[in-house]
Design a protein around this ligand. Structure first.
Ligand code: NFS
Length: 665
């Protein structure tokens, strides 16, 4: 069938049972089909490509041409690089470069949103407008802009001008530093961690990793923190806040997730990537009566728009657009044969998609000037004329639908759930219309019904069974009364496992279950894409501000995890969570060597010496949950609220005991 058949058996030495590769039923089904069709995916390539043992421990340096230098993976201090660089210098420089790249990705995305905002504010763009003026005012007030009695245009102009500093400011502190709890900010100031503009932080970090510049792992890591903070409290936060102002702040919405959202009798268009502007324009294209008519003329019942990965998660949260799957399902979904066009913008877009799309005759379209892919059609997206790009993509998709010649097999699986919990909505949901506040959340943490809060975020990775680590970890956490917040591909993993329904509260421990049932919320709250991790930072700051849970983010009974991470963005996110005071555990692998001073700094010193959070690495989901819970309990104890929880649990037990006695009577 497929034009570009690859003999998978020859290529992949070891054929592994698909059930060992993923717990996603739809992905399993499509992997089997892809194998039958002779189409390769990242799962096959991962089996064929053993990770380099030295590289995975970050024990090599190729920052100059005297090397590349490889250190001894067994004895990290047995050797140094040609320039004399120690293992700690090499590892911290490699780590810093990951932070810089990840932070650059998020901040460049945020910058693109801010540029769009500027053009809207200046009246240069007709297709987008400010949709959430309340959010505009709130964001403006949060950084000290006067809003009372002023026009939307004036406030927006000031906001644009001030937020530009998030990127360009060469001295002083970025605007959103004003949102950081005072004690956390004090710690940053003490150690020189408060970010200036992201451009200068990324530039300085990369400079310091050049041969012969910063050669003290501790000092390099300080700049890694500062750079990462310019992402979390800077670029990512701008991306989220401007996204809300322009496209609306998410509120809970019922959405279907999984490959069953594709429709055999409609033109299927998938948008996969990260920036919401192209996706927003696509929403208006697929609803254009002329284009719908054209689709019908081609024999389709309509046009079906579906998201994947992070822009999918963002559009799902904002507008209820159905979602077909996370990072490790993007090639597999093409094996359905039902995808008429997959259009992409930036980040996490596998180059392998071009070949898979060619095999299934799917139109594979790049749209962003920063991301071309060999073998893809490029239709450039321009904010000033967005529909020119997205209309053309729909026309191409209709053309593909008309000429569909390959068999279609869509896994009949959809998982309904409630998504779209912005921090504003969590505030409202727990506090009520007239007293929107985090007070009830804090109260429930203090009284012990909710043991603590965990962010479980990040990617999927073919080095571990797709979705499995996420699902097991989250189940374990909620069972132990930990409320889980999620973003990105992690959120999709749990949605497919059915945890985004209020009924999933029965999987929670007694205290969390009670809160979920009272409020009518699922035990796991999905808050959007990876840049929306900034919503977690804001929620954490609010919790500190409300009081009763300490003076800084580091005092909160909270933990973070990226159990199936793979991207450099994940490392930047991890570093800004750690620098903000959060205990953060990564799974899969961790780019350091056991027993090195650098690893000790990340896993201990950042907390014990600097009063920040700290990193940890655990591959096993149950052990990961235990460590996160132990950390939460440690914080509860330090706050003196550990006893309250014991009382609540005893109350629940004695209530049950009473009930049992009553029934036996
Ligand atoms: Ni996040 Fe989004 Fe997914 Fe990982 Fe990639 S899509 S920004 S990096 S893989 S969660």
């Amino acid at each position: 069938m497929a034009d570009k058949k690859i003999d998978i058996k020859k290529k992949v030495k070891k054929e592994v049972d698909v059930r060992d590769l993923t717990i996603c039923d739809a992905t399993q089904q499509m992997l089997l089909k892809a194998r039958k069709d002779g189409v390769e995916t990242a799962f096959d390539r991962a089996l064929d490509m053993k990770p380099c043992p030295i590289g995975s421990q970050s024990a090599c340096c190729k920052n100059c041409s005297m090397g590349p230098c490889r250190l001894n993976a067994k004895d990290p201090y047995a050797k140094v690089g040609v320039c004399g660089a120690t293992v700690d210098t090499i590892q911290s420089r490699n780590f810093a470069r990951m932070v810089a790249t990840g932070a650059a990705a998020h901040t460049d995305h945020g910058m693109a949103m801010l540029e769009l905002f500027r053009e809207v504010v200046r009246g240069n763009i007709a297709d987008y407008k400010i949709q959430d003026t309340r959010k505009l005012e709130e964001v403006a007030q949060s950084i000290g802009i006067e809003t009372v009695g002023r026009s939307v245009e004036d406030i927006a102009t000031d906001l644009y001008e001030q937020l530009e500093a998030t990127y360009t400011q060469i001295e002083g502190e970025i605007p959103f530093a004003k949102r950081v709890p005072p004690k956390t900010l004090e710690t940053w100031r003490k150690y020189g961690l408060v970010p200036r503009g992201a451009m200068i932080e990324v530039m300085e970090l990369l400079h310091r990793t050049h041969i012969g510049v910063d050669q003290h792992y501790d000092n390099i890591t300080k700049q890694s923190s500062r750079c990462a903070l310019s992402d979390g409290w800077g670029g990512s936060m701008v991306a989220t806040e401007i996204g809300d102002i322009l496209f609306g702040t998410p509120t809970p919405v019922a959405v279907d997730v999984n490959m069953g959202v594709l429709k055999e009798d409609e033109v299927n268009v998938i948008v996969h990537g990260h920036e919401p502007n192209m996706f927003e324009s696509m929403v208006s294209s697929v609803n254009d009566p002329e284009l719908i008519k054209a689709a019908q003329a081609a024999g389709a019942k309509g046009i079906n728009l579906v998201g994947m990965c992070c822009s999918g998660a963002e559009m799902m949260s904002r507008h209820g657009v159905p979602h077909a799957g996370n990072f490790m399902s993007t090639e597999a979904v093409l094996a359905t044969g039902a995808v008429d066009a997959m259009c992409v913008d930036i980040q996490c877009i596998k180059q392998g998609l071009a070949t898979a799309a060619e095999c299934y005759k799917t139109k594979f379209i790049t749209t962003n000037r920063r991301a071309h892919i060999e073998g893809a059609t490029h239709i450039e997206f321009d904010d000033h004329e967005p529909r020119a790009c997205t209309d053309e993509i729909v026309i191409q998709a209709i053309g593909r639908f008309k000429n569909r010649s390959l068999p279609i097999e869509i896994p009949k699986i959809t998982n309904p759930g409630i998504h779209g919990f912005s921090h504003e909505y969590i505030n409202y949901m727990l506090g009520g219309t007239f007293r929107a506040s985090y007070t009830p959340l804090n109260d429930n943490i203090i009284n012990g019904r909710i043991r603590g809060v965990a962010g479980v975020v990040g990617c999927t990775n073919p080095r571990v069974k797709q979705d499995w680590v996420h699902v097991e970890l989250v189940k374990e956490l909620i069972k132990n009364d930990v409320l889980v917040l999620q973003t990105g591909c992690a959120q999709i993993a749990l949605a497919k496992a059915g945890l985004y329904t209020p009924e999933a509260a029965h999987l929670a421990g007694p205290g969390l279950k009670e809160v979920c049932e009272t409020v009518g919320m699922p035990p796991v709250l999905g808050i959007g894409s990876c840049v929306d991790n900034s919503r977690i930072l804001i929620a954490a700051s609010e919790m500190v501000k409300i009081g009763g849970l300490g003076d800084s983010i580091a005092d909160l009974p909270a933990a973070g995890a990226a159990p199936e991470w793979m991207s450099e963005k994940a490392i930047s996110i991890g570093q800004y969570f750690v620098a903000s005071g959060v205990y953060t555990v990564f799974g899969v692998t961790f780019p350091t060597m056991e027993g090195t001073k650098f690893q000790k700094l990340l896993f201990d010193g950042l907390e014990s010496t600097y009063g920040l959070g700290k990193w940890d690495f655990v591959a096993d989901p149950y052990e990961m949950a235990q460590k996160m819970i132990a950390h939460i309990d440690k914080k509860r104890k330090a706050l003196g609220i550990d006893k309250a929880r014991e009382r609540v649990l005893m109350d629940m037990d004695s209530r049950r005991e009473m009930e049992a006695k009553y029934q036996a009577m």
